[in-house]
Design a protein around this ligand. Sequence first.
Ligand code: 4AZ
Length: 263
Amino acid sequence: MFGLTRVKKAAALAAAAAAAAATALLSAPSAAAAPQPIVGGTTTTTTAYPFVMQITDASQNQFCGGTLVSPTKVVTAAHCMVGETTSSVRVVGGRTYLNGTNGTVSRVSRIWIHPSYTTATRGEDVAVLTLSTAMPYATAKYVSSTDTSVYAAGTTARILGWGTTSSNGSSSNQLRTATVPIVSDSSCRTSYGSDFVANEMVCAGYSSGGVDTCQGDSGGPLLVGGVLAGITSWGEGCAQAGYPGVYTRLTTFSSLVTAQVNS
Ligand code: 4AZ
């Protein structure tokens, strides 16, 4: 079994004891690992990507990302919602910086978690939040069930988030983005063995590593051609050579998401 970093970077992580306990369970970075930029790309803004939402606790501490797909519906990862309730989470739109106070804060009136979800490595890592307050931001399109060509190996995908910029590092105050190539299912199976479930997941990253999502990016978007095609889910560490990031394969869940968006 791999030491998979797939905990959400909860505000609880700030609690030293909890962090220490969690760290012990997570993948140990190789000795003297160089800083591994997630999203090794560049800073960006919610003006450029208005559908990228912060998922926060009630004190507006970000712990996951999400994607606005209708004014009142946000797609995120199921693993981000474990232990959460409609009163414990908020969705914040239009806020580029973690320490900002601008944008729109909404409460959540309903949390739908895929009914078969157990753990990220089993798949079904998808959730849909219903917002109490409509977001005044442009929404993202998401793939339909037949759009499977977006996962052709080598296709350029875009990742976004406020997650840590190295394994067990600190979060980025500013939203970041990078592009990574989609990895073939066979190659991802070689990396992850039976934890990689091809009809539920898709991998993206360079074989040499260096660019990836990381803790706190979970739930956020993987875009192909500007369309939501994946949800940041899990991986062995962050940006490690031979271990691409693993994303929820949204085509598989597209109809279920649509049912939630229309409900
Ligand atoms: C996380 O814990 C996480 N390198 C997200 C993505 C990846 C690893 C961990 C992929 O939120």
